[in-house]
Design a protein around this ligand. Structure first.
Ligand SMILES: [Zn+2]
Length: 133
C-alpha cells in the first residue's frame, strides 16, 4: 500500500479502467506509463492523461483523499444527500469555504452524470488519516 493519495488513485484506476489504462480522447489502450506523475502517454493520439480526466476530480487541486472523504460526508450509501453545510465540509476536510462550495457543486452534478463512480467511492472504506468521522 502506498500513501493515501496513491491508494486513492489506484482505486480510481481500478474502478474506471479495470486495470488497463484507456485514453479518454481516442479510447486507445496502447499507452506508456509516465510513472512519477501517474499519467499515461497515448501511443495512438499522443495526448497524455490520467484517470481523473472526465471525472469530477479533473483539474481540481484538492487531493483525492479529501474528495473521497467529502463524498462520504455528503452522500449516504444510496446516494442521498445528507445535511452537510459548506461550512461543515470546509472544517471537516480543512479546505476554505469557496473550495468546499465548488466541491459540493461538482458532487451534486455527478449525481446526474457519474453515479457508478460515486457508488464505488462510497463503498470504499477510507483510511482514517485525519481522525474525522
Ligand atoms: Zn489517445
Amino acid at each position: 500500500m502506498g500513501t493515501p493519495a496513491e491508494d486513492c488513485i489506484e482505486f480510481l484506476e481500478r474502478i474506471c479502467w479495470g486495470g488497463t489504462p484507456q485514453c479518454p480522447y481516442c479510447q486507445s489502450t496502447n499507452s506508456t506509463a509516465i510513472r512519477q506523475e501517474r499519467r499515461y502517454h497515448c501511443n495512438t493520439c499522443f495526448n497524455s492523461y490520467s484517470v481523473m480526466v472526465g471525472t469530477l476530480f479533473h483539474g481540481s487541486k484538492v487531493p483525492l483523499a479529501k474528495w473521497f472523504r467529502a463524498i462520504h460526508l455528503y452522500l449516504d450509501k444510496d446516494l442521498k444527500i445528507k445535511s452537510l453545510s459548506t461550512r461543515d465540509l470546509a472544517s471537516r476536510i480543512n479546505v476554505n469555504k469557496n473550495t468546499a462550495a465548488s466541491m459540493l457543486k461538482r458532487i451534486r452534478s455527478s449525481l446526474e452524470s457519474d453515479k457508478r463512480l460515486l457508488k464505488a467511492i462510497l463503498s470504499k472504506r477510507l483510511e482514517d488519516s485525519d481522525g474525522t468521522e
